[in-house]
Design a binder for this molecule. Structure first.
Ligand SMILES: Cc1ncc(COP(=O)(O)O)c(C=O)c1O
Length: 421
């Protein structure tokens, strides 16, 4: 007999994108033409000078443990990068290396949360926030991001949380936002900083899409007065530098918090592999032109996909302010067909056609507030993006095929119609 798992482990729901990815890969292996818009990964290669720097580091013996906070040159390069890009004035000692940005959700929660603490999360939200908050016995407190407010966080929700929650301790912020593509504007950041300043409240500012802002520029909460003391901002190489498989990111905060995050890194990871940090430092210093070229390509794809989706009846899609996701409202289709939005996504992949499918996610994979939407990433060639939109248009007219799919997938039947915006 094997030992029973903890209540926490049993309750964890992993990112659905990885499950859909596995289904899509299985269908592709059996010869299906699947247009893959499910996973938030870059279709571009890691810039070649970064790859060379990583290989050279391995060849020159960088194959051992390094400091838990990160190697000094990486920390210095990251500090210089955020200073130049976001007008901060931080130093190497304000930076801690991590294996991507996701790990900092966990470390932030370990650093600041006690059981019973309240954590404000704007929803729909990145699915791993909940498990990382709950891992500490703390409570996610959800506030809906509204289509009608361009999916921007509303300060009234922050005020209410601070005034009414029995133990308000932290806020999760994510801009550009996954899954909606919404942007937290400078005025929102100023307002948020004014509300939390001087209180015993910490903010995790999740900024993986910092280089994918399509109109204007990215702003970090860290640039607001005093926020270095109350904010941990997480950055990653996964998206901007097309390095998701290298597992590299970093967090920026005040020295005390940075050292705490280093201690917590020590307790679970020991360190991030030095050769990846050497490669990352090369990217921060010498691959920004290639990064910008790739990001501009993404920007064009986002616009192409949004424009095509908006030509469909029953679909309306905001132009995202940032990120490579588009988040069309498909509630009228779901209501007509009696299928949930994730059911629609799975039907497009598995049920709509034997030879072709589109892989994407229902908005409810990011919390109930996402129901009635689809999340599509733009990491396919342009002609495939357009093919996906035509496929969605025709597949959503085939009620017989939807009904047949629902016969074997009753969990996707829509219990009551979605509200229309
Ligand atoms: C909002 C958000 N946070 C964190 C991550 C994690 O990125 P990584 O761990 O690859 O840096 C992602 C990746 O999709 C994301 O969308």
């Amino acid at each position: 007999m094997s030992a029973s798992f903890s209540t926490f482990a049993t309750s964890v729901k992993a990112e659905t994108a990885f499950n859909v990815l596995a289904v899509a890969k299985g269908l592709i292996a059996h010869g299906k033409n699947v247009i893959e818009l499910e996973i938030g990964d870059s279709p571009f290669d890691t810039p070649s000078n970064i790859v060379e720097a990583g290989i050279n580091a391995l060849r020159s013996g960088q194959t051992h443990y390094g400091p838990s906070l990160g190697i000094p040159d990486f920390r210095a390069a990251a500090a210089q990068y955020v200073n130049e890009e976001y007008g901060l004035s931080v130093a190497a000692e304000n930076v801690v290396a991590g294996p991507g940005a996701k790990n900092f959700e966990q470390l932030f929660c370990e650093a600041f949360l006690n059981p019973g603490d309240g954590v404000l999360v704007f929803s729909p939200h990145f699915p791993t926030y909940g498990p990382n908050i709950e891992r500490r016995g703390a409570r996610p407190v959800l506030a809906a991001l509204k289509h009608s407010h361009d999916f921007r966080p509303e300060l009234a929700d922050v005020e209410r949380f601070l005034a009414e929650d029995p133990k308000p301790k932290a806020i999760f912020l994510n801009s550009p936002h996954n899954p909606t593509g919404g942007i937290t504007l400078l005025e929102d950041l100023e307002g948020l900083a004014n509300l939390v300043r001087g209180k015993d409240v910490a903010v995790f500012s999740d900024e993986p899409y910092d280089r994918m802002v399509w109109d204007g520029k990215h702003h970090s909460l860290l640039a607001q007065p005093d926020m270095l003391d109350q904010c941990v901002a997480g950055y990653t190489f996964s998206k901007s530098f097309s390095m998701s498989g290298w597992r590299l990111g970093f967090a920026v905060s005040n020295v005390k918090t940075t050292e705490m995050l280093g201690k917590l890194t020590n307790s679970c990871l020991s360190c991030v592999p030095p050769f990846t940090q050497i490669a990352g430092a090369e990217g921060l210093r010498n691959a920004r032109a290639e990064r910008d070229r790739q990001m501009a390509e993404f920007g064009k794809k986002v616009k192409l996909l949004v424009d095509a989706l908006n030509k469909l009846d029953e679909v309306s899609c905001l132009m995202p302010g940032g990120s490579f996701y588009v988040f069309p409202a498909v509630a009228p289709i779901c209501n007509r067909l009696g299928i949930t939005s994730h059911g629609l996504a799975m039907y497009l992949l598995e049920g709509a056609d034997d030879a072709t499918g589109v892989a994407c996610l229902g908005g409810e994979c990011f919390g109930d507030a996402g129901a009635g939407f689809l999340r599509l990433s733009c990491a396919e060639p342009d002609d495939r993006l357009l093919e996906a939109v035509s496929f969605i248009a025709s597949a959503s007219q085939n009620a017989d095929r939807v009904n047949a799919y629902l016969e074997t997938h009753a969990e996707y039947r829509l219990a009551s119609p979605y509200e229309l915006d």
